[in-house]
Write a protein that binds this ligand. Structure first.
Ligand code: TK8
Length: 355
């Protein structure tokens, strides 16, 4: 009896070990970068969880849907894209961290919060750096612009493309902003970025950094008097319901970066790497086109919704630019002297080319 039991037990153990062995084998082949299925090298079956901060009306989301469409079509459904908007998966910082830990695969943050991960991105926080979108396009496409995307790899992130948030303009519930004096004491929400905070302090405002997901309520409850974002966001997020004044300060051109989790990207086949890269670029072109149309038409709509528009004269804008200049000097070494110098060179070159 005892002998029979031992035989049975041994047989059972052999079976268990065999099962473990085959499982271990297939998961190892998944880890080393080949397909997660058992016959490595053929079909991949993966899901990209993609989340953004803006709502489903915004060109950012329309662009994300375009990315989904391209990827699902070109991979023949091997890669599925699940899309989330309105900060459903968190704010820019949280979603970027999700990519690092592997609980999310794609997000498209503004460069300003990304500078907390790679400080060189703060080069785009230099106030009044880009005069127009043509120059911005050229600089972002330049070696310096693309070189910044490469730096993300050290943070376990892959930057596949620049998309566009756009020129930022100040709104508030207190007074029309025409010149630098009008910023005095205004409680302004800034993105979570030290350079922005310092710059608005220099203008005389009383800035508070805050995640975008908290912003609407903060304005509604009067925790802050105002904020700054492109017209498309101000209109599509209905900020006009809680803000009275808008001025074309155009103080920063804000790029978005299409980010993918590096561990996810590294595990894709070469073919699928190429597909997601091209899709991010192509969907970005579409997003930029929609965004520019939106930023053009929504200023009028904001006025129709009852906001007062105040234009900033070139002279007053120059005064603002001079007031924030010390901030650029202060952050130069943190951003990287070479990055700052190179970006100025690229801006000058692009200006000449587009004149
Ligand atoms: C959306 C943000 C946003 C940005 C901000 O996730 O925080 O003000 O302009 O719109 O990236």
């Amino acid at each position: 009896m005892k002998k029979l039991f031992t035989v049975a037990l041994t047989a059972l153990m052999v079976l268990v070990l065999a099962a473990c062995g085959s499982e271990g084998g297939s998961s190892a082949s998944g880890d080393d970068g080949s397909a997660s299925g058992s016959d490595s090298g053929s079909k991949e079956s993966k899901t990209i969880k993609a989340g953004i901060g803006l709502n489903d009306k915004h060109p950012q989301y329309k662009g994300l849907l375009k990315f989904k469409e391209i990827v699902e079509k070109k991979t023949d459904g091997q890669i599925k894209v699940e899309t989330y908007h309105s900060g459903q998966l968190g704010d820019d910082r949280t979603m970027t961290e999700n990519l690092q830990t592997g609980s999310q695969e794609v997000t498209i943050p503004s460069t300003a919060p990304l500078a907390n991960f790679v400080p060189a991105f703060s080069v785009f926080d230099i106030p009044f750096l880009f005069p127009n979108t043509e120059v911005a396009d050229k600089v972002l496409a330049s070696e310096t612009g693309q070189g910044l995307l490469k730096k993300l790899e050290s943070q376990n992130l892959v930057g596949l493309a620049y998309w566009e948030n756009g020129f930022r303009d100040v709104t508030n519930s207190k007074r029309a902003i025409k010149s630098i004096e009008d910023f005095e004491g205004l409680k302004l929400r800034t993105m979570e970025n030290d350079l922005h905070l310092d710059a608005f302090n220099k203008l005389g405002a009383n800035p508070t950094p805050m995640a975008f997901t908290e912003l609407f309520t903060a304005m509604q409850q009067g925790t802050v008097d105002g904020q700054e974002n492109p017209y498309a966001t101000i209109y599509l997020q209905k900020f006009y319901e809680v803000q009275k004044h808008v001025s074309n300060t155009h103080h920063i051109y804000s790029p978005f970066v299409f980010l993918m989790s590096k561990s996810f990207y590294d595990n894709l086949s070469d073919e699928n790497k190429k597909i997601v890269e091209e899709a991010a670029v192509e969907a970005g072109k579409y997003e930029k086109k929609l965004n520019r149309e939106a930023n053009e038409k929504y200023l009028k709509k904001l006025q129709e919704e009852g906001m007062t528009y105040t234009e900033i004269s070139e002279e007053n804008r120059k005064e603002m630019k001079e007031a924030v200049q010390p901030v650029v000097e202060k952050y130069k070494s943190k951003i990287g002297e070479d990055v700052v110098d190179n970006i100025y060179k690229e801006v000058e070159k692009a200006k000449k080319e587009t004149e």
